[in-house]
Write a protein that binds this ligand. Structure first.
Ligand code: ADP
Ligand code: MG
Length: 247
């Protein structure tokens, strides 16, 4: 069920790197309670688009609205505050700091003018338990495997009261079992009303997760498909501009 006003809405987004347009007029909407997959070949502009969403990059042209308010002059910290968190391929965690320190980075709890380490640790234990993540709050990030780093990013996002979580090919370095656990978690985030932007080029993940798919090609959005209209041949044809039969 698609609600009438999206959580976020992007219109005619243009992003240039020098003379090259990585995005040349892209539209994208995200509803509460949906997993919206961004699909396209390498270089299509997927990562550029989500970096604009997350405030890492600024669009050169176009309009970006969050909860019907225009977003301007953003930074990742401000976007996170506004409820958008991203789990990027390059993690934004500080390797030498602990799980707790990373989860509270930039929003530390204070008590009598000092860091309230006990309260932060307790809150970290609670959120990890709630999510079923088997992590020690005192472990330094550098010692964790990749799936566990991702758990820290997700816990951090939820502690920031994220309304939107963006995942950029999150299963790229996960074992099958870890990926299955992530899919379950994403399903439960969707059921709680979060909007999920999910980049993948894996058909099985689209079948499993996608409520809608937007296909990007050469910096343009080719189409947005509702779940009932998603077929592998439509996706491949949209992605490449060629028909499925020619493969
Ligand atoms: P995708 O994530 O779909 O593979 P990207 O958004 O990473 O695509 O890249 C889209 C295009 O923009 C590519 O041609 C890429 O080489 C180019 N691009 C991305 N970031 C930069 C940058 N910082 N400087 C120059 N070109 C870039
Ligand atoms: Mg990319």
């Amino acid at each position: 069920p698609v609600s009438p006003s999206p959580i976020l809405s992007m219109r005619a987004i243009v992003k240039r790197f020098g003379a090259f347009a990585a995005l040349s007029g892209v539209d994208f909407d995200l509803e509460a309670g949906e997993v919206h997959v961004l699909f396209g070949e390498n270089g299509a502009g997927k990562s550029t688009l989500i970096q604009i969403m997350a405030g890492v990059l600024q669009a050169d042209e176009g309009e970006y609205q969050l909860l019907s308010k225009t977003v301007e002059g953003v930074t990742p910290a401000r976007m996170q505050h506004a409820g958008i968190s991203a789990v990027f391929q390059e993690f934004s965690l500080i390797p030498e700091m602990t799980v707790t320190e990373n989860i509270f980075l930039g929003r530390e709890l204070m008590r009598f003018g000092r860091l309230d380490k006990a309260a932060m640790r307790k809150a970290t234990v609670a959120i990890l338990a709630k999510l079923g993540f088997p992590l020690d709050p005192d472990t330094r990030i550098v010692t964790l495997r990749r799936a566990h780093m991702q758990m820290v990013e997700i816990a951090k996002a939820l502690l920031h009261d994220a309304k939107v979580i963006i995942f950029d090919e999150p299963t790229a370095s996960l074992a099958d079992q870890e990926a299955a656990a992530l899919f379950d978690l994403i399903g439960s985030l969707r059921d709680r009303g979060l909007g999920i932007v999910y980049i993948t080029h894996r058909m099985a993940e689209i079948d499993r997760l996608a409520d809608r798919v937007t296909v990007l090609r050469d910096g343009n959005n080719i189409c947005t498909l509702a779940r009932e209209d998603i077929t592998h041949s439509t996706l491949v044809k949209s992605m490449t501009g060629r028909s499925f039969e020619s493969f």
